[in-house]
Design a protein around this ligand. Structure first.
Ligand code: NAP
Length: 259
């Protein structure tokens, strides 16, 4: 019987590439998005493209408000999966609040809370519900889509960098506590990815320093999906690990810019 992966934030961009990677590899996929119509539209497209896979979309938001994670919707989703007899073998925590445009001195504290609550607390909540079932089923696999901004800061992203740095600490601590249940917990750290934001703003992205890497290019969505697949299919004895997918950007003291 084919296994199930759950991928969060998978109506657009990197999440789509991760869903498609698992479906191409013969897995069944559960995915989330926040908007009901977008989830139904994505589910329809995935089902047409991968008729051999069972593909189920849930529309859930991380928060009730900036201060409060919606734990109930996570509980309801996992209960519904239990009722359908579906066990999530692999959880990919891809969805993130990008925390764009938050400036120190300008934004209210609730904006900071919103980013931390989505990227850390909600992901902890999802992990806990998934891991409980993985423990009962003899093991599982949890993968955070993190960011090289966990290590290197970029302007006006304090909340985002904090959330991704905290996420790595959480990933390692979870790997430690869950290892005895044969649950592996790892992280993929992309640098810049060619998403629709990139495609809509080519002039800006052509000139940002994170564009200049030893490999001379940034990641495409499929590079991130392949790293997720590595942790899923080829990393039986790996937990608490970080796989950086940034063209070598963060190994540099400063970017070498060839004009
Ligand atoms: N793009 C980059 O250059 C880059 C670089 C480094 C790391 N990353 C990381 O890679 C992952 C994917 O990035 P991406 O650029 O492909 O993502 P994206 O285009 O920003 O999409 C993020 C997804 O997260 C969902 N999401 C956002 N806020 C949410 C919330 N409050 N509750 C529930 N879901 C929420 C969105 O749902 P809706 O579809 O409902 O809006 C969307 O599907 C993220 O973890 C990101 O931090 C990205």
């Amino acid at each position: 019987m084919s296994k199930y992966a759950l991928i969060t934030g998978a109506c657009i961009n990197t999440g789509v590439a991760i869903v498609e990677k698992f479906a191409k590899e013969g897995w069944n996929v559960v995915f989330t998005g926040r908007n009901c119509e977008k989830v139904h539209a994505a589910e329809k497209l995935y089902k047409e493209k991968f008729p051999q896979s069972d593909i189920i979309g849930y529309h859930i938001d991380s928060l009730l408000d900036e201060r409060t994670v919606d734990e109930k919707s996570v509980e309801d989703m996992f209960s519904d999966l239990d009722n359908k007899g579906i066990f999530i073998d692999t959880l990919v925590l891809n969805a993130a609040d990008q925390g764009l445009g938050l400036e120190v001195f300008e934004n209210p504290l609730t904006d900071f809370m919103r980013v931390i609550n989505t990227n850390m607390v909600w992901n902890y909540c999802l992990s806990e519900h998934a891991a409980k079932r993985m423990k009962e089923n003899g093991g599982g696999n949890i993968i955070f889509i993190n960011s090289n901004t966990a290590y290197r800061a970029i302007p006006n992203r304090i909340a985002y960098s904090a959330s991704k740095g905290g996420q790595l600490g959480m990933m390692r601590a979870m790997a430690l506590d869950l290892g005895k249940y044969n649950i592996r917990v790892n992280a993929v750290l992309p640098g810049m990815i060619k998403t629709d934001r990139w495609e809509k703003n080519p002039e800006f992205y052509k000139n940002v320093p994170s564009r200049f890497t030893p490999l001379g290019d940034v990641a495409v969505r499929e590079d991130v999906a392949d790293a997720v697949w590595y942790f899923t299919a080829f990393a039986r004895n790996t937990t608490g690990a970080e796989l950086v997918v940034d063209g070598g950007n963060t190994i540099q003291l400063y970017p070498v810019i060839n004009k």
